[in-house]
Design a protein around this ligand. Sequence first.
Ligand SMILES: C[S@@+](CC[C@H](N)C(=O)[O-])C[C@H]1O[C@@H](n2cnc3c(N)ncnc32)[C@H](O)[C@@H]1O
Length: 288
Amino acid sequence: MPEKVVEYMRPAGGSVYLDATAGEGGHVRAILQASAPDACVVCVDIDERALRAVQAGLKGFEKRIRLIRANYKDIGEIARQAGVDGFDGVVLDLGFSLSQINDAARGFSFDSDGPLDMRYDTSHGVTAYDVVNTFKPEMLEDIVRDFGEERRYKSVVRAIVHARERSRIEGTAALAKVIASAIGRHSRIHPATRTFQAIRIFVNNEMGNLKEFLETVKDFLNVGGVLVIISFHSLEDRIVKSAFRQLSASSVPSFQILTRKPVTPDEDEMRLNRRSRSAKLRAIKRVS
Ligand SMILES: C[S@@+](CC[C@H](N)C(=O)[O-])C[C@H]1O[C@@H](n2cnc3c(N)ncnc32)[C@H](O)[C@@H]1O
C-alpha cells in the first residue's frame, strides 16, 4: 500500500526516513518520489538478496538511499550505522515479499517443491526442516495452534509425527501433502496455509521481533515523525494495536494515533495482489 504509506507519513525534503523491511523497494521508491529532491531513505532488510534487489531497482537514487542489512528490531544499531539520532518517519511492512514466496528454493511456498527452509536470514538459525523433523509434538502443537490459528492443530501434528517416523520430511511439497491428507480441504484456502504460516513465524521469531521493535522505536522517532506498520496476521495486528495504545497514553514523548481503525487496501490492490487482502495498516505520530 505505497500510496497509503505516503499519505500517513507525508514525506518531505531534507528528512531521513527508515524503511525497516525494504523488501522489493516499493515503499522506498514511493517515499523517495514524495520527498524529492533531497530526503534520504535508510533501507533495511534482514535478507541479503532483498537488499541487492532494492539496490538494483533504485538506480538513479543512489545518493538518497543507504542500505543496511539488519534485523529491524535492532533499530538503535540501525540509527547508529546510519549516523542519525532518529528518523522522520518509519515504515514496517511485515512478513515475506512476493519474490521470497515465488522462489521455491526459499521454502516458503507449498505451491512448488523446495527445501524446508523459510528463513529470511539464511546465514544462521533454525530452519523449517529442523522444526518439522526434530521438534517434540507438544512444541509443534503450540506453534501450529498459536501462530497458525489452526483449529485442527492436533491432527496436523499427529500426521507430521507419523510421517517423520517413516522417513524425514524433506521438502515443502511433502509437508503440504502430509497436512492435506490429515485435514482435507474445507475452504478455499489450501489446507497447509495455516501450518506453513505458523512455521515461518516461528522460524523467524516474527512476533518477538515485532514486540522488541515496538518497545524501542519511540526513542528513534523524531518529533513530527510517523510510524506506519502493515501487518498480515491478527496476532500481529493485536500486538501493534496494543503497543500504539500504550504509546498514546504516555506523555513524554507523546504520540497520537492516526488510524482509529486499521486501514485496508482498496478493491484494485486486492484484485492485483491476493495477499494484500489480509493487510492492515496502522499509523501513529510522535507529537512532542
Ligand atoms: C512484505 S515484504 C516488504 C515489501 C516492501 N514493503 C516493498 O514495498 O517491496 C517484507 C520484507 O521484510 C523482511 N523482513 C522480515 N523480517 C525482518 C526483520 N526482522 N528485519 C528486517 N527485515 C525483515 C523480509 O525479508 C521481506 O523482504
